[in-house]
Design a protein around this ligand. Sequence first.
Ligand SMILES: O=P(O)(O)OC[C@@]1(O)O[C@H](CO)[C@@H](O)[C@@H]1O
Length: 393
Amino acid sequence: MSSAIPPVILSDEPGSFAWGVFHERHPRLVRQVIDALPYGPAERQRLEQLLVESTTGVLTPLDESAHDHEQWQEWGRDLFGLPWGEAPFLWAESYFYRRLLEATGYFAPGAWQGIDPFAPFKNAELAGAAVDDELAALGDMVSLPAEERGERLLLSALWGNRADLGFKITAADDDLRPLGVLIDDSPRLWTELATVADSRVCLVADNAAGELLPDLVLIDHLLVNGLAAQVVLYVKPYPYYVSDATMADVLATVRRLRRAHEPAAEQIGRRLWQAMSGGTVLVRTHPFFCAPLPFHDMPADLRSELSGAAMTILKGDLNYRRLVGDRLWPATTPFTEVAAHFSSPVTTLRTLKSDVAVGIDASTVAEVDAHDDAWRTSGKHAVIQVHIGTDKP
Ligand SMILES: O=P(O)(O)OC[C@@]1(O)O[C@H](CO)[C@@H](O)[C@@H]1O
């Protein structure tokens, strides 16, 4: 690493993006969760208490009866007792979602066990007109040459990340209009996929519904065109960050494709179903995908699982923060420096929705700085960044 490592992002500074997540976004999110499902007084009270604690109190541990109490004790050893804003933003946000599941009774034996508090939002999006339009558009792509189709599908997987449901909670309609891809390393991705024979490609999913749909279509494209022999799709083991995809969301999305009126979409759904049955698409998960830590601290079992992949495609903002470290990097920090620790070649498909940015050349930084004060967080810009390894350009 060429220069000193910058500080980890905290959420204790009023007016900062991270502060706004706790003090503006979370209160609206909790309101929406309470409005979307008829939680009883106990669950509602616990949700309200979580809001009070996370905005004005100190971090308290999970109840000893929680199945992962020990694990969180270890992760939070030096943090419990501190004000939430003084813990790393990545850690505190992750713990907020774990505590939200505790408040709704997701893990405890009882009537609400296993009920995804975010399912009403994800289901509404998957059933909505925007997804209808995406399915219909797949028909128009059939006649395109494979390369052009691949490029379009990659862009739709990229911009599918734009409006995750957490982001939509505070974004104005105007914020949802994309502006541009600041870094586009996609030619390197396509070349690498075309070069490595019989390859396994991993895709670490981010959000369900409007993002998972183009991800699955991209996976189908890679398999059909021989750009991957097998795809491993990683999802979250339980609901997380509002709209993050779980296995239930994968099944709902494949079903939506299979039932589409558009024949091209229906065929993709059928092929994905067969690929899952036959093992050319494996859906996997790991507890570390909901851990409050950067990928640098990935446990050995997951590291070795990913290490044989020809490419790992990381979707979204949070996976990006976890890859490069949730720090106040100068945006010109070389991507290779901060992504080299990853155990396989890696591609990020990310729209910018937090303060972290790396690998952007100085002239591009100057240009976006001049036009958009909030370019790091507005979700209007995106990056496709690729790190392959020291032996390849
Ligand atoms: O990973 P995703 O879905 O692209 O984004 C997650 C996200 O919306 O959550 C955080 C704020 O809550 C931000 O860092 C980020 O923008």
